[in-house]
Design a protein around this ligand. Sequence first.
Ligand code: G4P
Length: 190
Amino acid sequence: MQLMEEKIRTEGKILPGGILKVGSFLNQQIDTGFLRAMGREIARLYGGSGITKVLTIEASGIAIAAAAAMELGVPMLFAKKHKTSNVDGTVYSTVVHSFTHGTDYTVVVSRDYLLPGDTVLLVDDFLANGAALRGLVELSRQAGATVAGAAIAIEKAFQGGGDALRAAGIRVESLAVIESMDGGTVTFRR
Ligand code: G4P
């Protein structure tokens, strides 16, 4: 998506450790016109895939997932980062290890909302090592739902998560794919 590459070039800030800051349009302040365009692009990519639900993880994925779900005309569902146990068995749950933050966290989604008959589109803002996306794939597997694929705003290809998921047979569409951020310059995959 040309516009995504332009936004990253003009507004993105490269931080140490291979982190890209996009707080001006995606992660803190949200450019709403651009959000609508992202939703439309994701709906164009997955329009013919029989999606019944868009699934993301709180927090930063929610806005993009909602924009995509609105365009697709389906509900948006977000997995919650949870600290308590699943004592009453009402949720699907899995542990995600974040390399970016150096922590483990549990994500849960209610059994009432993620259903065996669902065909889900997984959406997130960033794809780095892919731990968050693998967590969503696992929650979908537990529910018996079908994963149609993933739509990501910004993939950092140099961390390998996206290509590993593609190699595992999952369709991954990213609106911008960053090959490298070496020397303070963003290079996109062509
Ligand atoms: P990981 O396996 O390296 O941890 O990467 P993953 O793709 O699972 O993403 C983990 C978290 O790190 C996500 O947020 C993602 O948005 C964030 N992240 C990864 N790389 C970058 C980056 O370059 N820039 C920014 N701004 N964020 C990045 P999260 O932990 O789920 O938190 P939240 O922000 O969604 O609440």
